[in-house]
Write a protein that binds this ligand. Structure first.
Ligand code: AMP
Length: 281
């Protein structure tokens, strides 16, 4: 694996490979890699001739400075994991490489409704940060295919919209969520849970599974309210539990029994914020 820190250097390398008609698969991450990330790398390897992973903890997408400060960094281990996974390039930029003119005058993206609900509502500015970093990364990395996780369902929708705004030809692949044995969605933030919290955290996936089982044509609100109550009474500080249309995240009061749905949860355990979702059916 070739490790490159400078934007100009990786751009040059990858342009040359693209000109030789080698396809490029790209997996952007913030590091602290786990098997969920690895499944994206495996998908990239399957689809593409050349695979690129980036590790960059993007300051502009953290609405909570404490969350940014506490974001886990395990670079040496990450490099080992990426070597083993057979990635061709690791892009490891500094903030100044990504935002060469500073972070004060970055573009604003019109994300419409997507920015007013769920993660957009509870993490103001978060999706602007996601778009700012993804726009820059896609300028630097001429990716044919981009691999992201369904775990961040709304983020995938935002990036899809960004690709349209940028008129970018890169194809987005949404890869399914990898889970621990007890159902907890793998996440770098899980490292910050203590033993008791870690055990409790699996209740999020349980609640989503219950929603999936109980949903029937008819009213949806009682189902999401019961799920929220269950988490709150077990010590979670819930931002939202919601059932929405899977194609545009419209919150639905009633279900016709046909439209694909997604159930979404965001909840804190102590000061660690966990998110997860499940497609229905
Ligand atoms: P992050 O490093 O948290 O920014 O995540 C990098 C990419 O990995 C994003 O596209 C995430 O959606 C994806 N990802 C995170 N957790 C999982 C998981 N458990 N399964 C599959 N993909 C994941």
């Amino acid at each position: 694996m070739i490790l490159i820190k400078r934007a100009t250097a990786i751009y040059k390398e990858l342009r040359a490979l693209a000109q030789q008609k080698r396809t490029i698969g790209f997996v952007p991450t913030m590091g602290a890699l786990h098997d969920g990330h690895l499944s994206l790398m495996a998908a990239a390897k399957q689809h593409n001739d050349i695979t690129v992973c980036s590790i960059f903890v993007n300051p502009t997408q953290f609405n909570d400075p404490k969350d940014f400060e506490k974001y886990p960094i395990t670079l040496e281990k990450d490099i080992e994991i990426l070597e083993k996974a057979g990635m061709d390039f690791l892009f490891l930029p500094e903030v100044t490489d990504i935002y060469s003119n500073g972070v004060d005058q970055l573009p604003n993206y019109d994300l419409g409704y997507l920015e007013t609900i769920f993660e957009g509502k509870y993490r103001p500015g978060h999706f602007q940060g996601v778009c700012q970093v993804m726009n820059r990364l896609l300028e630097i990395i001429p990716a044919d295919d981009l691999f992201m996780g369904q775990k961040d369902f709304q983020q995938c929708m935002v990036v899809k919209k960004l690709l349209q705004i940028m008129d970018c030809k890169t194809r987005l692949h949404t890869c399914e969520t990898l889970r621990e044995a007890d159902g907890l969605a793998m996440s770098s933030r899980n490292m910050r849970l203590n033993e008791e919290e870690r055990k409790k955290a699996s209740q999020i996936a349980e609640v989503l599974g219950r929603i999936k089982k109980t949903v029937n044509a008819g009213p949806l609100l009682p189902i999401s309210v019961a799920a929220e109550d269950s988490l709150s009474s077990n010590g979670f500080n819930v931002d939202y539990v919601a059932i929405a249309a899977a194609d545009n995240l419209e919150v639905l009061d009633e279900w016709d029994g046909k439209r694909p749905l997604v159930a979404l949860v965001a909840a804190f355990l102590n000061n660690v914020r966990l998110i997860d979702n499940m497609l229905i059916p």
